[in-house]
Design a protein around this ligand. Structure first.
Ligand code: FEC
Length: 310
């Protein structure tokens, strides 16, 4: 008889239809409605990537793939999947309530973001824990998995495939920009948050097993709060690197994200690409992990570590 355990997969969430954009944006801003101009700006970014983001389907596919790999790997546990989203239904709290209604007593949680920050992964975990406490469900959190070998292998493979498309004699004029979502600088510095170091480590681990020579770290997709965010921003970085080193090929690896979605399809594939075109250099952006077995395997390996200690 297998022991049933919850698998709570948490992710950012995305609008399912155009009319969801306003409430979704309001939720992101903790209840503050966007102005008409802000809303139209966001709608136009979704329009530029085809109307809506592919993220909803990808999140489901990733969560199901993690569940399947776990159930294939374990003889003694049966993992029951719950998806909880940060900014749209099904919300994290709804997923925990559903676990309680199904009689789940313990669950492993994972966020579809590979680097821990108190303000990203930490905030998902806190919401899940608070709700789980009311139902006396035990949660075991995966905090991060960027350090898992399979995660680094995924990105190294994609970068090496990209390098193959660049002539050998241009490799010294090629730079890899490794990035994650920026966060307000004050939040991170005041709390000695591990997020910036985790991104720098990811870049070093990739560089250690790839022939790529030039690697830099950057931040992207920063919000408009009127206060400084972690930098350098990938767009400014592109111009500065070109000015300083005259690189001809820019490879963008937004390793802080795990799916093709707005922040990559717009912020990299439109905004960074426009700058590359203006500078007359080549834009490259390897595919995101989505349901790639190395990525799913990295999450499963980290869950296995957590369960060994539970
Ligand atoms: O629909 C899609 O495909 C987009 C999905 C999406 C992902 C994502 C990931 C992260 N965010 C993080 C932090 C912030 C902070 C603010 C903020 C704002 C937005 C807006 C949209 C949006 N984010 Fe997001 N983010 C995604 C979408 N994000 C839309 C609102 C418009 C804009 O500012 O561009 C600023 C909040 C504020 O104004 O107060 C902070 C972090 C991640 C990566 C970790 C994670 O996935 O949780 C950190 C995907």
């Amino acid at each position: 008889m297998k022991k049933q355990i919850g698998l709570l997969v948490m992710a950012y969430g995305t609008p399912y239809q155009k009319s969801d954009i306003e409430p979704y944006y309001t939720d992101i801003r903790r209840g503050k409605k966007p102005t008409e101009e802000e809303l139209n700006d966001l709608i136009s970014r979704y329009e530029a990537i085809g109307g809506l983001s592919p993220l909803a389907g990808t999140t489901e596919g990733q969560a199901e793939a993690v569940q399947k790999m776990l159930n294939d790997n374990y003889d003694d546990y049966e993992f029951k999947l719950y998806i909880g989203l940060k900014h749209i239904h099904p919300f994290i709290e709804d997923a925990v309530t559903q676990m309680y209604q199904d009689g789940i007593k313990e669950a492993v949680t994972v966020v579809l973001a590979p680097h821990y920050s108190r303000f990203s992964v930490g905030s998902y975990n806190r919401r899940a824990s608070e709700k789980a406490k009311t139902y006396q469900i035990n949660l075991y959190h995966v905090n991060q998995y960027y350090q898992q070998q399979k995660f680094i292998d995924y990105w190294t493979e994609r970068i090496n495939e990209t390098l193959v498309q660049i002539p050998n004699d241009a490799h010294r004029d090629t730079v890899l920009v490794v990035s994650a979502h920026s966060l307000p600088e004050k939040m991170i510095k005041d709390n000695n948050d591990p997020y910036p170091k985790a991104l720098a480590d990811t870049a070093s681990l990739i560089q250690a097993q790839s022939p790529i020579q030039n690697v830099v770290v950057g931040w992207q997709s920063e919000g408009n709060t009127g206060t400084p965010w972690l930098g350098p921003d990938v767009q400014d970085l592109t111009r500065d690197l070109y000015k300083q080193y005259n690189y001809k090929h820019f490879i963008y690896a937004p390793v802080g994200f795990v799916a093709e979605h707005l922040e990559v399809l717009y912020d990299n594939d439109y905004e960074c690409k426009v700058i590359c075109e203006e500078l007359g250099v080549n834009y490259h952006r390897p595919p995101m992990p989505d349901v790639h077995p190395l990525f799913i395997g990295a999450i499963v390996d980290e869950i296995s570590n957590i369960l060994k200690e539970a």
